[in-house]
Design a protein around this ligand. Structure first.
Ligand SMILES: [Zn+2]
Ligand SMILES: [Zn+2]
Length: 257
């Protein structure tokens, strides 16, 4: 604490705090300007109790607060916590982080994700969605691992960065239907054998940067289930709702890569 507050003024002198999206001056490092904050779509209430999908007022009846997709096909996860709904602003932030390699943004994104997480009772292993090692080599970092690391620290839970492995380099899932996405991911994500003992019976907080169709997180869920994990919750920074997916086009495909 003391160290951070000592360093901040020096940092501000060299790099005056700027909004990472629009470049406006800020009072302090590590945030967004008020105008950019306003443009982020934070999932509001009422929302599905399972996946936090915003519900229209008309759908809400006392008691059952579940969205139609969750009722029709009960998900295998124990909940999704999304910091934002995917829009131009969250997209820009993720692109600056991933493509622009502005790794410092991981702090901000993880803080927003943390704020949406429910209280975790008992032990939860924090596990990032894995990248294929070629992709890791290209980019130099796994963005989900950077987020997972910060979230694990904030919620005081163990980080298991290599619990899942991506064996197969999957093509872009954009434009594929649900079945084709699942097919493209078949066998792509597996649990790390060396983590078998740790995963068995463990609750897992799965961390993803952008959750698009859910095909990737489904593949992770399947691998975790096969490894004998208990409950799995999903935390993501930006969530593309299915309704938006059809219109989102190739951009979201690139984002999910
Ligand atoms: Zn701004
Ligand atoms: Zn739902």
């Amino acid at each position: 604490m003391a160290k951070a507050s000592f360093i901040t003024p020096l940092l501000d002198l060299v790099f005056p705090p700027r909004c990472p999206l629009c470049g406006d001056a800020l009072a302090q490092q590590g945030g967004l300007c008020a105008a950019c904050w306003m443009k982020l779509a934070v999932p509001g209430e009422p929302a599905c109790s399972t996946c936090q999908r915003p519900l229209g007022d008309s759908i809400v009846r006392a008691g059952a607060l579940q969205c139609a997709p969750c009722m029709a096909d009960p998900p295998r996860h124990a909940g999704i916590a999304a910091a934002t709904l995917y829009n131009d602003t969250s997209r820009e932030l993720v692109l600056a982080f991933k493509r622009g390699k502005r790794i410092a943004l991981a702090d901000l994104l993880a803080r927003l994700m943390r704020s949406r997480l429910p209280e975790l009772e008992g032990e939860w292993l924090v596990v990032p969605v894995p990248l294929h090692r070629w992709r890791l080599w290209e980019r130099g970092f796994n963005q989900s691992a950077l987020l997972a690391q910060r979230i694990a620290r904030a919620v005081n839970q163990p980080l298991v960065v290599d619990a899942l492995e991506r064996r197969k380099r999957t093509p872009s899932l954009g434009g594929l239907g649900k079945r084709a996405r699942a097919e493209a991911l078949r066998g792509a994500i597996v649990a790390n054998q060396r983590r078998a003992a740790q995963l068995k019976g463990a609750n897992v907080l799965l961390v993803d940067d952008v959750m698009t169709s859910g095909a990737t997180t489904d593949a992770c869920l399947a691998a975790l289930r096969k490894a004998g994990a208990g409950q799995v919750r999903i935390a993501c920074f930006a969530r593309v709702l299915d309704e938006a997916l059809d219109h989102a086009g190739p951009d979201t495909a690139a984002l999910a890569a």
